[in-house]
Ligand binder design. Sequence first.
Ligand SMILES: [Zn+2]
Length: 118
Amino acid sequence: MDIKDIKKAVTDTAATAGKKASDVVNKTKIKFALANMQTDLDELYERLGKLYYDAVSKGVDNGTKESALITKIDSLKADMEILKAEVGVFPRAGKVCPECGKSIPKNAEFCPYCGKDI
Ligand SMILES: [Zn+2]
């Protein structure tokens, strides 16, 4: 191997390492974004719970507000599923619980998180 080949090998390795590093950075960014989205999601659930509580305990009609929140939650969850698939948070072979939206094993007969029969 002459010096030219060595230089090329080093450059190639650096390029590969650089690409891997940027993949890792992207994954980290996505995971960070997912964590933030999860916080938003928890907050939306909390607000929805409060609206529901007021509706039931005080007879306040929060139907419109609840629908708006549910729409937000659905779209946030859909975005999160796409990002999760991107970073491989759940295995492709798995499936998602229709009740709680968590990733569960493909052959699961019930959700280990919420107990829903699949
Ligand atoms: Zn579930």
